[in-house]
Design a protein around this ligand. Structure first.
Ligand code: GAR
Length: 207
């Protein structure tokens, strides 16, 4: 059974999708061991508590230095003996120590088709604003392993979503979530839990 920890900063709709698909049996061989947030007010923590899942806040506000915050974050995650860390809208730049320690065991959901609209400054609603400004006709979401870069790690799954002429950043954000993110993030966890993928030469291949 894969022990999964989910890191969140906000509403937690992706966390909800993961919990729902674990409960329905669409995701197998995986259990949610903890939900960690940097933000005490994150509704995602309430979603976890409602399901009886340990919900922990590790806020930078409670530490004097960035190093001390990073240390606490790594210690907290280590404490749950996780096989996989899922970043589901986690707006914290990860300490390199964590990335190194959990190489190919951290995944992230990004609301665009990487390499479009990713990297520094592209998170949340801004991603969809940039996609609409550029006038793309297709966007989507990507699940990838996390490496030292921003949105640069090996790609696991992508799903495309059509842009409509009357889309606003908000309407596009919601459709990308509904049609892509909430599908491919749980699916990626299921693939990993069932040993169906591995990283080879920086790319994800099916086993
Ligand atoms: C999601 O759209 C996720 O793709 C995005 O934050 C949102 C979190 O929503 N992540 C990024 O932009 C990371 N670069 P949620 O809290 O409702 O799951």
């Amino acid at each position: 059974m894969l022990r999964v920890g989910v890191c969140v900063s906000g509403g937690g709709t992706n966390l909800q999708a993961i919990m729902d698909k674990m409960e329905s049996g669409a995701v197998t061989d995986a259990e949610l061991s903890v939900v960690v947030s940097n933000n005490a007010g994150a509704y995602a923590l309430t979603r976890a508590k409602n399901r009886g899942i340990p919900a922990v806040c590790v806020s930078p506000k409670d530490y004097e230095t960035r190093e001390a915050f990073h240390e606490a974050l790594v210690e907290t995650l280590d404490g749950f003996r996780l096989d996989l860390i899922v970043l589901a809208g986690f707006l914290v730049v990860l300490p390199e120590e964590l990335i190194e320690k959990y190489r190919n065991r951290i995944i992230n959901i990004h609301p665009s088709l990487i390499p479009s609209f990713c990297g520094t400054g592209n998170y949340g609603l801004a991603v969809h604003e940039h996609a609409l400004e550029r006038g793309v006709k297709v966007t989507g979401a990507t699940v990838h392993f996390v490496d030292e870069g921003t949105d640069t790690g090996p790609i696991i799954l992508q799903k495309a979503v059509a842009v409509r002429d009357d889309d606003t950043p908000k309407s596009l954000q919601l459709r990308v979530m509904e049609e892509a993110e909430w599908e491919i993030l749980p699916e990626a966890i299921d693939l990993i839990a069932n040993g169906k993928i591995r990283v080879e030469n920086g790319r994800v291949v099916r086993v």
